[in-house]
Design a binder for this molecule. Structure first.
Ligand code: ATP
Ligand code: MG
Length: 805
């Protein structure tokens, strides 16, 4: 091929080119972060289509998020210079939903099945646990959910679990009962949880080889990104999809008019699809969801004849960033040593910062972002990562006061708001009348005088008479309820029936098999919101919060309008599916010009010009929950590695010396992983408290802007609008101090400083003040101080830069 001008191959290095041009049964691309794995997949798809080796419809590419899928589709189409409809680029979950909706009947599901999210699952489990009194045995909805999810990811169902369970163990017997009931309830509601989407597709394929054959025949090329994070069920699905179609089935397909000519080999079989997987075991961060690194390690054994391509050169980051990443990850055992390198030079030093508090740390982040922005970096090219969602609080408190536009990715949780779930439950109840969960949610929302006793009475009546909850609602008259309650129940059922009628296509539509004549999703939603009284109840409420809730429901209506406009042929079920599959990372919007704040898990696969890794403290990273788990600290280290390798040019590592957690202020220790980064790669800027506590180092000048001080680099630091002034600190380059001292300045330890109410103290930043109260114990003693000019402050005595006067 003429690689020089072909946009599909121009600029690829030899290994990348080899991967793009590989034609064979199975290809594994293993490579470190930023080495072009995703890019190779994209080019490979485009190359297959452009050279007419595959139709777009013969391609199935799996990405980790819907957002990544949309991006990949865009890039493929850009490379081709034309649209490529029919190509499936989606997440495992989206692909499975598509297959299941088409094939639902084979496995006894309604094609309008509901997808339960995590909260729905917990609601169902809560009811079951209550009914079985299982809470007395220590079961919680969350614990049962985790266990069920784990089993489903291993493709275990109730029967297989029962076969292996120890029935002498009451705990196990109880769990089995919970699992059984949970499975039954979802069945009856024609609902699937997230894990079911994958598992049920595998069952479908295994139980119905002819159905499987349709997909095996169709998809000639299967490509999977982020393969290191696939779990067993996803792995099984890949195996099913890439199986050859046996001759007998080929003949049968042929007899049914399914096109097989041109696909069969000399034995009369359709060979298995060509499989390409790309991954990096150093970036495996989903073990807690059952991801199995072995999938990548054992690829060659599972797919005989597989070729392996290694990519080494990194095209994303500077060498300083890569050296830090290499150094950190080399501390993990059981890995193939690989070193990321770039031809692009060292780049800037990594910047380190130790804040006195989480707010101080956040202020540093905001100041640096403003400086980067002034220097020409677009906000959308900057990201701030953290380990836990709770860390957004302190960050947001500082961000909102700044001029920096920002967005918490996955943090708005629009669809998790109660009022949105209520509105969605109306739509679900219409789409899937079997869904008891949705019906029970809206039964008395808005309040219409139907109490919990009535709800239970309907549920019991349904069970006793083998009716669905919805049917039982229509029998309210037989339950001996008052006329008012019966009227309310019937009125609700009427509204749902009318809405369902709105969704029926016209005669012409039915004949043509289209949705023509059916009401739009937005119209149905408006009808439901008005007629159910939900919107009025929110609008007329005295609770000031309800005003926001009403606005949110209106926002949902606006979203359905957009959906209708963008998808003129789509049905209500399509809308519900889309909402169910919205993953955290899908809310990313590059064009929006905002700084993105997100967890390290969400950051996977992404890249930014400048990245801030915050909260690098023991307990947060590694997270305290992981410390005791086997493999926990190694997985946390991979998470840190993922974070570091998102940065293209600028990387900032920060922590706070004290952090409020669980309502308490605690002394924080620097993350152990920081010390794995070689000295010299990081330029540590410190915070005022630590600076002044360092023997001999004098602050240059109060209120000085960084950048004016001798050893400090970087842009000017805005200090406006905050009560904590910063000093510029000269780095003490020659001093070989203890590592911890390097990070935190001289770790101040006022350990045995005894303070009592009435004492006068001097603080490095706040000046003199009087202690009004001392609370807490040991290392967590806090002095409440009224400063003469700086106002009231609470200080952690152990580390505050204070002296007693
Ligand atoms: P991750 O492990 O983080 O998912 P990756 O291996 O998928 O990373 P990509 O995202 O595909 O890496 O590539 C990283 C960056 O390098 C992208 O900006 C990509 O466009 C660029 N890149 C990859 N290969 C080349 C190349 N041959 N020439 C120029 N740029 C490249
Ligand atoms: Mg990638």
């Amino acid at each position: 091929a003429d690689t020089a001008d072909d946009p599909l191959t121009a600029g690829l290095n030899p290994q990348q080119l080899e991967a793009v041009e590989y034609r064979g049964p199975a290809l594994l691309i293993v490579a470190g972060a930023g080495s072009g794995k995703t890019r190779v997949l994209t080019h490979r798809i485009a190359s297959l289509i452009q050279r007419r080796e595959a139709w777009p419809s013969q391609i199935l590419a799996i990405t980790f998020t819907n957002k990544a899928a949309a991006e990949m589709r865009e890039r493929v189409e850009a490379l081709l210079g034309e649209g490529a409809s029919g190509m499936w680029i989606s997440t495992f979950h989206s692909a499975c939903v598509r297959i299941l909706r088409r094939e639902a009947e084979s496995i006894g599901l309604s094609s309008t099945f509901t997808i339960y999210d995590s909260a729905d699952t917990r609601t169902v489990l809560k009811r079951i646990i209550k009914q079985l009194d299982a809470d007395t045995m220590g079961f919680t909805p969350a614990s049962a959910q985790a266990k069920i999810s784990k089993l489903k990811n291993e493709l275990a169902d109730v029967e297989s679990y029962a076969r292996n369970a120890n029935l002498n163990d009451p705990q196990e017997v109880m769990f089995l009962e919970i699992f059984r009931q949970y499975t039954r309830r979802l069945r009856e509601a024609s609902a699937l949880d997230f894990d079911d989407l994958i598992a049920e597709t595998v069952y479908l394929f295994r139980a119905f080889p002819k159905v499987a054959a349709l997909y095996q025949r169709r998809f000639r090329h299967l490509l999977v990104d982020e393969y290191q994070d696939t779990n067993h069920a996803q792995y099984a699905l890949i195996r099913e999809l890439t199986r050859p179609v046996e001759r007998a089935i080929v003949d049968e397909l042929d007899a049914h008019g399914v096109l097989v000519r041109g696909l069969v080999d000399e034995r009369g079989e359709i060979p298995g699809a060509s499989l390409t997987v790309v991954g990096d075991s150093d970036q495996s961060i989903y073990a807690f969801r059952g991801a199995d690194i072995r999938n990548i390690v054992e690829f060659e054994r599972d797919f005989p004849g597989a070729s392996v391509v290694l990519l080494e050169q990194n095209y994303r980051s500077t060498q300083n960033i890569l050296s830090a990443a290499n150094a950190v990850i080399s501390n993990n055992f059981d890995r193939k040593d690989k070193k990321l390198w770039t031809a692009d030079g060292d780049g800037d030093q990594i910047v380190g910062y130790t804040g006195y508090t989480a707010h101080d740390e956040a202020q540093f982040v905001v100041d640096e972002i403003e400086a980067l922005h002034r220097a020409g970096t677009a906000y959308r090219d900057i990201a701030v990562f953290y380990r836990t969602n709770a860390q957004t609080r302190a960050l947001e408190e500082i961000f909102v006061r700044s001029a920096v536009p920002y967005r918490v990715v996955g943090g708005t949780k629009f669809y998790e708001r109660a009022e949105i779930k209520d509105a969605m439950a109306y739509l679900i109840a219409v789409a899937n009348p079997l869904d008891e969960l949705a019906l029970r949610r809206i039964l008395n929302t808005p309040k219409r005088g139907i109490g919990p006793a009535t709800e239970t009475a309907i549920a019991t009546f349904a069970e006793q008479n083998e009716l669905t909850f919805r049917q039982a609602m229509r029998s309210a008259g037989e339950l001996g309820l008052g006329p008012k309650v019966t009227g309310a129940i019937n009125a609700l059922a009427d509204v749902l029936d009318e809405a369902a009628a709105m969704l029926v296509p016209s005669q012409a539509g039915i004949e043509a098999g289209t949705n023509e004549g059916a009401s739009k999703v937005s119209d149905v939603l408006v009808f439901l919101m008005e007629r159910s009284g939900l919107l009025d109840a929110l609008r007329n409420s005295r609770d000031p919060q309800d005003e926001t809730r009403a606005e949110n429901v209106e926002e949902l209506v606006a979203q359905t309008r957009d959906f209708d406009r963008e998808n003129p042929q789509a049905t209500l079920v399509d809308f519900l599916t889309q909402v169910s599959l919205v993953a955290a990372a899908d809310e990313l919007d590059d064009a929006s010009g905002t700084v993105s704040l997100m967890t390290l898990h969400t950051a996977k696969g992404l890249e930014y010009h400048a990245v801030f890794l915050t909260g690098l403290e023991e307990g947060l990273l590694p997270h305290q929950m992981s410390a005791t788990e086997p493999g926990g600290p190694a997985e946390e280290r991979r998470l840190f590695y993922v974070g570091i390798t998102r940065a293209r040019k600028r990387l900032y590592l920060s922590l706070a010396m004290s952090r409020a957690q669980f309502g308490e202020v605690a002394v924080a220790m620097p993350s152990r992983y920081l010390q794995e980064i070689p000295e010299g790669l990081i330029d540590w800027k410190q915070s005022p408290g630590m600076a002044t506590s360092r023997g001999g180092t004098q602050p240059r000048a109060l209120n000085a802007r960084r950048g004016q001080g001798g050893g400090a680099s970087g842009g000017a630091w805005g200090t406006r609008g905050r009560d904590l002034e910063r000093f510029s600190v000269t780095k003490n380059a020659g001093a070989k101090t203890e590592w911890a001292n390097r990070v935190t300045g001289t770790v101040r330890d006022n350990g045995d400083l005894t303070l009592e109410p009435g004492d006068r103290i001097r603080h490095a930043d706040f000046g003199e003040g009087r202690v009004s109260q001392v609370t807490g114990e040991g290392t967590k003693r806090i002095a409440h101080v009224s400063f003469d000019t700086a106002g009231a402050k609470k200080l952690l005595i152990k580390i505050a830069p204070i002296e007693k006067l």
